[in-house]
Design a protein around this ligand. Structure first.
Ligand code: G6P
Ligand code: ZN
Length: 543
């Protein structure tokens, strides 16, 4: 089969964001759109020829079509071996694991993560490198440059491959192997956690609900929780991946995971509740009538990780993204290990993990993970929680209160203003940046600004610098406001405002977060003029 060279012209919008190239399905389904981007990846990743490459996605609408295009192009571009998840399915952390375990050169992951799916929803393509993690910016920048120059791509003429049949076939000179998407991942989890103890906890009557939101984690959660750990059938809700996620917005937060919230706040709730997102890398953790913020979850998991076999030797360091609360820093300090503060985007953890400087990482955006793969990992976080609960034998509510009593509590909230006009959002950020030198000393009520800056990160491993990563305002009482624009949206702009306040006094640690932060929320609005500029009276989503 001779490769077919197809003439094409560049699209001017193929710039990857925080996590891959995300666009509406209508954009992706234009002729040549996928092909141009994928050829740009192959062109930039020169050494990929003859190597193993992993392909899979979260099963959303257009997943299978894109995979067929990629299979043909991979054959025409001289890829040696392609590992494809059965049915085109691979959760993002599972893909990261397959890349590492099979020593692949890299992987192409098809997902728009927590964005809605279906014909009117979003699609995405992300390239991961051989360490299993998202490509660093110098590579995504090069891919973007290439998309602007591309004049042709290579493919072969061949019928669609049956993605549902396990086993190996050949296409041109390339081997294509359809692999079980769950097995390697479930084995990895079994090697990290004390499945015997968790199984005994379920046998003792412990009840949980896991909401897969009709997205990719359904098969993984069913195999691990129900089959391997013996949780009763029905523990996993919405467990079949659907192309439109059954109309769910597959973002595990209190707004979108409403079935879970209903189960955990109704009468007689289970002991533990969790959810994951479209591609399985995010997590949401709940107890009976209790939402654990991702920032607190990272801190509690870091303080208790040694209770799981995979982390019994202790942690090397803890890393968090800048807008994530500083609760994890307090744990790092107590453990006497380094704490790192990186820009938003999981890719920034990659070097720290590869260099053995950090073991656990986490983000306020419901991402937690460790050095077991190079992506955040929703089910991993759920299993670490289960391991901690099984060993400590205490209800989750008591574990949270105990943590705050020991370390103090970092009240935390994020307010999102979604789909605001891009020009308005850009002007708001530009004016904030321009006002930075004038902010220190400025009074707001009975407090004033201590320091303000635009976060810049110098990677301690390779020295690369990422600047303009978000405006931070620290007040005299130590509380903090962070402003940044989302890098993952596909329409308009989303302004994210992150607010936190430390409470050391146990008597003040059991308040509602919105109420405890109300003063700071008002100050955050005054500093940036959010309501007056956007015309919005309230945020679209509060987490
Ligand atoms: C994705 C990335 C995360 C990031 C999150 C929020 O999930 O993998 O690392 O924190 O998006 O990004 P955003 O730019 O929308 O705040
Ligand atoms: Zn995701």
């Amino acid at each position: 089969m001779a490769p077919v060279i197809v003439q094409t012209t560049p699209f001017n919008d193929q710039k990857p964001g925080t996590s891959g190239l995300r666009k509406k399905v209508a954009v992706y389904s234009q002729p040549h759109y996928v092909a141009n981007f994928v050829q740009s990846i192959f062109d930039v990743m020169d050494g990929i020829r003859g190597q193993t490459v992993v392909v899979g996605g979260d099963g959303r609408f257009y997943n299978a079509e894109a995979i067929q295009i990629i299979i043909r192009m991979a054959a025409a571009n001289g890829i040696g071996r392609l590992l494809v998840g059965r049915g085109g399915i691979l959760s993002t952390p599972a893909a990261s694991n397959v890349i590492r375990k099979h020593k692949a050169f890299g992987g192409i992951i098809l997902s728009a993560s927590h964005n809605p799916g279906g014909p009117d929803g979003d699609f995405g393509i992300k390239y991961n490198t051989g360490n299993g993690g998202p490509a660093p910016e110098r590579i995504t920048d090069a891919i973007h440059r290439r998309t602007g120059e591309i004049t042709e791509y290579r493919t072969v003429e061949a019928p669609d491959l049956d993605l549902d049949r396990l086993g190996e076939t050949r296409l041109d000179g390339m081997a294509v192997e359809i692999i079980d998407p769950v097995a390697d991942y479930a084995d990895l989890m079994e090697s990290l956690f004390d499945f015997g103890r968790i199984r005994a906890m379920f046998q003792g009557g412990f009840r949980m609900t896991f909401d897969a939101l009709s997205a990719v984690t359904g098969p993984y959660a069913t195999e691990i929780l129900e089959n391997r750990l013996g949780a009763p059938a029905g523990t996993v809700l919405n467990g079949t991946p659907l192309p439109d996620f059954g109309g769910h917005h597959p973002d595990p937060n209190p707004v979108h995971a409403h079935d879970l919230v209903a189960a955990m706040t109704g009468p007689n709730p289970p002991d533990f509740g969790a959810a994951s997102d479209g591609d399985g890398d995010r997590n949401m953790i709940m107890g009976p009538n209790l939402f654990v913020t991702p920032s607190d979850s990272l801190a509690v998991l870091a303080a208790n990780a040694h209770l799981a076999p995979g982390y019994s030797a202790g942690l090397k360091g803890i890393a968090r993204s800048m807008p994530t609360s500083r609760a994890a820093d307090r744990v790092a300090a107590k453990l006497g290990i380094p704490g790192f503060e990186t820009p938003t985007g999981w890719k920034f953890f990659g070097n720290l993990l590869d260099a053995g400087m950090a073991t656990l990482c986490g983000e306020e955006s419901a991402g937690t993970g460790s050095d077991h793969v190079r992506e955040k990992d929703g089910l991993w976080a759920v299993l670490l929680w289960l391991n901690v609960l099984a060993v400590r034998g205490e209800p989750i509510g008591r574990i949270m209160t105990g943590h705050w009593r020991e370390y103090g509590r970092d009240y935390y909230t994020r307010h999102d203003y979604e789909d605001i006009d891009t020009a308005t959002a850009d002007a708001l950020m530009a004016d904030l940046r321009a006002a930075l030198p004038t902010l220190p000393g400025k009074a707001f009520g009975d407090t004033s600004v201590e320091a303000a800056d635009d976060f810049e990160y110098r990677d301690p491993v390779d020295g690369s610098v990422a600047s303009r990563q978000g405006v931070r305002v620290i007040l005299k009482d130590g509380s903090r406001v962070v402003y940044r624009l989302s890098g993952t949206g596909t329409g308009g702009a989303t302004l994210r405002v992150y607010m936190e306040r430390y409470e050391a006094d146990p008597a003040g640690q059991d308040r509602d977060a919105q109420e405890a932060l109300s003063g700071l929320i008002a100050i955050a609005d005054r500093i940036a003029g959010i309501r007056s500029r956007t015309g919005r009276e309230a945020p679209s989503v509060i987490t």
